[in-house]
Design a protein around this ligand. Structure first.
Ligand SMILES: Cc1cc2nc3c(=O)[nH]c(=O)nc-3n(C[C@H](O)[C@H](O)[C@H](O)COP(=O)(O)OP(=O)(O)OC[C@H]3O[C@@H](n4cnc5c(N)ncnc54)[C@H](O)[C@@H]3O)c2cc1C
Ligand code: FES
Length: 305
C-alpha cells in the first residue's frame, strides 16, 4: 500500500506518455493516485429516482477519514463484500471530510448488491483514481456545466468546488437534461444551486409528462437561451457519449476551444490503476489518463466515442 503523486498520468509508471493529451490539459491537471483501501459505513441511503440511489459513506477510521482527499472528476472503486468492485464517480464536496456521496444506478452485479445494503452496513473503497477537472485553470472564466441523465453525478463535485470558491469564477451555467421529468436527479438541490451557489440553472426533458411545465427538447436547444463569451468560457460535459459529442461539437462551433471542454469517459474497469489493461482505448488507460479528458484529446483518441 503506498501513495504516489504524479503530474502526468503514465509518466511515473515507465510508460510512454499519452501523446494525444493536449499540452494545456497536461499542464493544468495535477492529480493524486493512491491504491489505499478504506472501510466505510453506509450512513444513509436516499432513493432519488426509480433507478438511482444516493449513498452517504463515512470512512470508519477517523484519521483516514480526515486524510482521504480527492479532486472533482475523480472516481473510486467501490467494493461490496462478496460481490466485487465497480468504478463510481465521487459526487460530493471535497472539502467535506465527514461523508463521501455516491450516486449509483442499479446496473448489474455490484450495484444491485449495493442497492440491497442497509444503513450501517460496511463496504470498502479504493482510490481516489484518475484525472480531475482542472478547476484552478478555470478561475476568472465563465463555466458551463452540461449534464445529461446520470452525468449529473460527476458534475456535482465541480459544482461544490465552484460554490466553495464562487468569487473566483464569472458566470456559471448548469444545463441539465433528462429523458423524463422523473429522471432529473437532485431536484431538491436546484434552489440551493441557484440561490446559494449563484448558478444559472436550466433544465429540459425529452418526454414531458402532464405535470411538467418546463422546457421540452434536446439539451442543445438550451444554448439558444443565453449568450456567453466563448473565448472566456470553459465547459464540463458529462453524460452519454452521443450527448457530449453533440454538445461539444456545438460549443466548438460557437468558438470554445476544444482544450477548454472536459468530458468524463466511462469504460469497463477492473483495477483502476493501470495494471489490468481492462479499460484501454488504443494505448490509453482510461483509468489513469482519464476518466477526465479534454475534448481535443477525445477527438484524437480512436474509438473513444
Ligand atoms: C470512471 C467511471 C465512473 C462511473 N461513475 C458511476 C457513477 O457515479 N454512478 C453509477 O451508477 N455508475 C457509474 N459508473 C458505471 C458503473 O461503474 C458500471 O455501471 C458498473 O459496471 C456497475 O457495476 P455492476 O457490477 O453493478 O454492473 P455489471 O454487472 O458489471 O454490468 C452491468 C451492465 O452494464 C454494462 N456495462 C458496465 N459497465 C459498462 C461500461 N463502462 N460501458 C458500457 N457498458 C457497461 C454491462 O455490459 C452490463 O450489461 C462509472 C464508470 C466509470 C468507468
Ligand atoms: S482498469 Fe485496470 S488498467 Fe485501467
Amino acid at each position: 500500500m503506498h501513495d504516489m503523486r504524479f503530474t502526468l498520468p503514465g509518466q511515473d509508471l515507465n510508460r510512454e506518455p499519452f501523446a494525444m493529451k493536449s499540452p494545456d490539459f497536461q499542464k493544468k491537471c495535477e492529480v493524486m493516485i493512491t491504491d489505499r483501501g478504506y472501510k466505510c459505513r453506509i450512513t444513509n441511503t436516499v432513493s432519488i429516482s426509480s433507478q438511482e440511489k444516493l449513498f452517504l459513506l463515512r470512512i470508519v477510521d477517523p484519521v483516514e477519514r480526515q486524510l482521504f482527499n480527492f479532486r472533482p472528476g475523480q472516481f473510486l472503486m467501490l467494493e461490496v463484500p462478496g460481490y466485487g468492485e465497480a468504478p463510481i464517480s465521487i459526487s460530493s464536496d471535497n472539502s467535506n471530510h465527514e461523508f463521501i456521496e455516491l450516486c449509483i444506478r442499479k446496473a448489474g452485479h455490484v450495484t444491485s448488491a449495493m442497492f440491497e445494503a442497509r444503513q450501517g452496513a460496511i463496504v470498502s473503497i479504493r482510490g481516489p483514481f484518475g484525472t480531475a477537472f482542472p478547476m484552478e485553470a478555470m478561475e476568472g472564466s465563465n463555466v458551463l456545466l452540461v449534464a445529461g441523465g446520470l452525468g449529473i453525478a460527476p458534475v456535482r463535485a465541480p459544482l461544490y468546488w465552484i460554490s466553495n470558491h464562487r468569487d473566483k469564477y464569472k458566470n456559471v451555467y448548469l444545463l441539465y437534461g433528462a429523458k423524463e421529468p422523473s429522471q432529473l436527479l437532485f431536484s431538491y438541490q436546484f434552489e440551493e444551486w441557484q440561490k446559494v451557489s449563484n448558478v444559472q440553472l436550466m433544465t429540459i426533458v425529452e418526454k414531458p409528462d402532464e405535470s411538467w411545465k418546463g422546457r421540452t427538447g434536446l439539451i442543445t436547444s438550451l444554448f439558444g437561451e443565453f449568450s456567453f463569451d466563448s473565448k472566456k468560457t470553459f465547459a464540463i460535459v458529462c453524460g452519454p457519449p452521443i450527448m457530449f459529442q453533440f454538445v461539444c461539437n456545438y460549443l466548438d462551433g460557437k468558438g470554445i476551444p476544444m482544450n477548454r471542454m472536459f468530458v468524463s469517459l466511462e469504460r469497463r474497469m477492473h483495477c483502476g490503476m493501470g495494471k489490468c489493461c481492462r479499460c484501454m482505448v488504443g494505448s490509453t488507460f482510461t483509468c489513469l489518463d482519464g476518466p477526465v479528458f479534454d475534448y481535443w484529446s477525445v477527438m484524437n483518441l480512436k474509438e473513444a466515442i
